[in-house]
Design a binder for this molecule. Sequence first.
Ligand code: COA
Length: 163
Amino acid sequence: MPDIKKRIAIYPGSFDPFTLGHFDILERALGLFDEVRVVIAKSSSKKSLLSFEERKDLIEKIFSADQRVTVVAWEGLLVEYARKKKIPYIVRGLRPTGDFEGEYQMASMNSKLHPEVETLFLMTSSEHNFISSSLVKEIWSHQGDISEFVPADVLLYLQKRES
Ligand code: COA
């Protein structure tokens, strides 16, 4: 058997909560890589709704039938994880609603800190352009309907948690 190297990418984010926008990017990344490692990392500026453990359990549940998706929670620098695990690719979704500057800066800094890592961007699908975890959190905090923006497992979990 030839030794075919597995192509692995990191899909990082705060995923608080994981939305249909994230789902779409992850599904499309699976078309490009043999394994996608979801790395739940800290975004210093964001107030959290779900704990790392809750987010990890939910994403694992959503992709329980697909062994190509693995999920870890990581509290350090993203590039340190990439270096430690020797994973050379980072995948990020890009919305047309102002993501570019911040993403450019983060990808450039990550590449400065760890030159072997390459960040690849997938354009968000048009039906998800307006979704953001912060807006979902805000709608949820006012008892609004988030069913169109998150996977069913996320909605069910939040409903159960509140009851
Ligand atoms: N469709 C719709 N919305 C999408 C989307 C898509 N395809 N993909 C992402 N989004 C939204 C998310 O809902 C989220 O919304 P929010 O800003 O309202 O929360 C936003 O886009 C980006 O979120 P997410 O993809 O989860 O990433 P993030 O920007 O919260 O994550 C980290 C940033 C965690 C990757 C980054 O801070 C990090 O690497 N932290 C670790 C420490 C580190 O290494 N820092 C970098 C130093 S240079």
